[in-house]
Each structure stands twice: as structure tokens, then as C-alpha cells.
Design a protein. Structure first.
Length: 291
């Protein structure tokens, strides 16, 4: 699969809200008592963000918004775009302005950058692992509460694609839904009667028999759960292009290539967001002359 050009933007109201909440958590009721005690209000500073390990960058807009939330005069200059692969030691942004704003916002900005870049970096490893196949890597809803939009943005920055954003934008009938509804057919019929014509329906199956049953109903995709590459290849043959095929369940970097070579359209990986290590990024501050 050819990696698409990354040109995604998070909505400004979302950025403002997330940044405000993160800063409120850090500042509490008294503010930054360390910085406010030792740094004069008029002091200026500048700094450079640099990565300590190789990775894919995501979250620069969140970092910029964090500083500007405290001081709108802060200058933030990205040196690379989100989605860029960089080597250890690379400088990715410069920031300058009031020293108090820079020191107070530093950790929150780094938290956003490190977390999002870590997700983008891990996603890129999966995307590279299946290069040349037809499959795409997609995320799941296994995200940090309150930060899903940011983490799914980071997946896109890494070259992956987003599954449904939440419970509201697509139907995914899973094994427990099927059990309670009384079977695959009744579950699909109930969903079709409830949702609008623009809403897609996907059904989870864990056997080829279940797949055959699901294909007798009007659906848009099948989630092939915990199947071997051989089973996935047979499932793809049975589907014959009628609906999208998604492989899921315990897939990691050691197995993802074999899964992709089965011919599935999508491979969902929860680890992209629930297990991505933070990318080590630092902000090296140089305190300027007090004026």
C-alpha cells in the first residue's frame, strides 16, 4: 500500500480544550509556584526541541498551542512537519518568548509530543512491515480516555488509518452482541432497521462458518477475529471482494506481514495506541538576559 501524504489538521476548538485541561491539571489552584518564585516576570528565554531517539514526529501543533495558551506572544517554529521520520539528535522545533511561559508549559508540551510521536513511530513500524501488500494498518478504540482524537491523529501521522472514532459513527457487531441478539442474522437486521443509510455495518466472525452466514446479509465489512494466515486467506477467497475484510486479534510486528499477505484489506492493531512507548524528546532551554 502506498503511504498517503499526511495533511491532516486537528480542529482548533479541540486543541484549545485539550491544552486547557492539561494545563489546568498541572497548574492546579496555585499555578507554577517554582517558576513564579525564581523567574522574574520580564525574563525571556528560547529553546530547541530535539529527539533523543529516532522516530516519527506528531503533535507539534499541540506543543505550540500549550505555550501560546499561557502567553500569546510566544514564537513557536516547527523545523519538520508532523509525519516526518527523524534521526536521533534531530531538532524538530524552536520556541522563544517569556521565560515563565516556556518553563511552565514545558512538561505538558513534551507530554503531548512524546506520547503522540511514540504512537506515530510505532504505527510507522507496522506500516513499513507490510509494505508492498494491499493491506492498511488501522487503529482501535483502545485509547487513553479523553485523548482519543489526538492518538488517532498520531496514527495517521505514522501512515496508518483510523477505524471508527467511537460508538457513534459506525456499527460493529461483536460476539457479545450476537450472543445477546440471538444470532448474526437478527443482530444485522436490528442494526439495519435502526441506523441510517450512511452508516456502515461490520460484523465480527471467528470461524469460516460464521463468515458464510454473515455474507448472506447486507453488511459492509467483516472482522476476522483471531484467525491464522491460512484461515484469513480462505476467508478472503470466500468474500471475493463483496465486502471489506479486516484481520484482528493478537497481531504484532512478528506476525503482521504474514497476516497482510493473506490478502485482507485492513489489519487492526490495538497496540498502536495502548502500548506505544513514548518517544524521548527534550526541550533545551537557554535563559536570556533579563530586561
Amino acid at each position: 500500500m502506498t503511504r498517503p501524504h499526511f495533511d491532516i489538521r486537528l480542529p482548533e476548538p479541540l486543541i484549545t480544550s485539550v491544552v486547557a485541561n492539561a494545563l489546568a491539571e498541572d497548574l492546579g489552584l496555585a499555578g507554577d509556584i517554582t517558576t513564579d518564585s525564581v523567574i522574574p516576570p520580564e525574563a525571556k528565554a528560547s529553546g530547541v526541541f530535539a529527539v533523543r531517539k529516532p522516530g516519527v514526529i506528531a503533535g507539534l501543533n499541540l506543543a505550540a498551542a500549550t505555550f501560546r495558551h499561557l502567553d500569546r506572544s510566544v514564537m513557536f517554529e516547527p523545523l519538520v512537519p508532523d509525519g516526518e521520520q527523524v534521526e536521533a539528535g534531530a531538532k524538530i522545533a524552536r520556541v522563544s518568548g517569556g521565560a515563565r511561559a516556556l518553563l511552565t508549559a514545558e512538561r505538558v508540551a513534551l507530554n503531548f509530543l512524546g506520547r503522540m510521536s511514540g504512537i506515530a513511530t510505532l504505527t510507522r513500524r507496522y506500516v513499513d512491515a507490510i509494505a508492498g501488500t494491499r493491506a492498511a494498518i488501522v487503529d482501535t478504540r483502545k485509547t487513553t480516555p479523553g485523548l482519543r482524537a489526538l492518538e488517532k491523529y498520531a496514527v495517521r501521522a505514522g501512515g496508518g488509518m483510523n477505524h471508527r472514532i467511537g460508538l457513534f459513527d459506525a456499527v460493529l457487531i461483536k460476539d457479545n452482541h450476537i450472543a445477546v441478539a440471538g444470532g448474526i442474522g437478527p443482530a444485522i437486521a436490528a442494526a439495519r432497521a435502526r441506523v441510517g443509510h450512511m452508516v456502515k455495518i461490520e460484523v465480527e466472525v471467528d470461524s469460516l462458518d460464521q463468515l458464510a452466514e454473515a455474507l448472506n446479509h447486507p453488511i459492509d465489512a467483516v472482522l476476522l477475529d483471531n484467525m491464522t494466515p491460512a484461515q484469513l486467506a480462505e476467508a478472503v477467497r470466500l468474500v471475493a471482494g463483496r465486502v471489506l475484510t479486516e484481520a484482528s486479534g493478537g497481531i504484532d510486528l512478528s506476525t503482521v506481514r504474514a497476516v497482510a499477505e493473506s490478502g485482507v484489506d485492513l489489519i487492526s492493531v490495538g497496540a498502536l495506541t495502548h502500548s506505544a512507548p513514548v518517544l524521548d524528546i527534550g526541550l533545551d532551554i537557554e535563559i536570556g538576559t533579563t530586561t
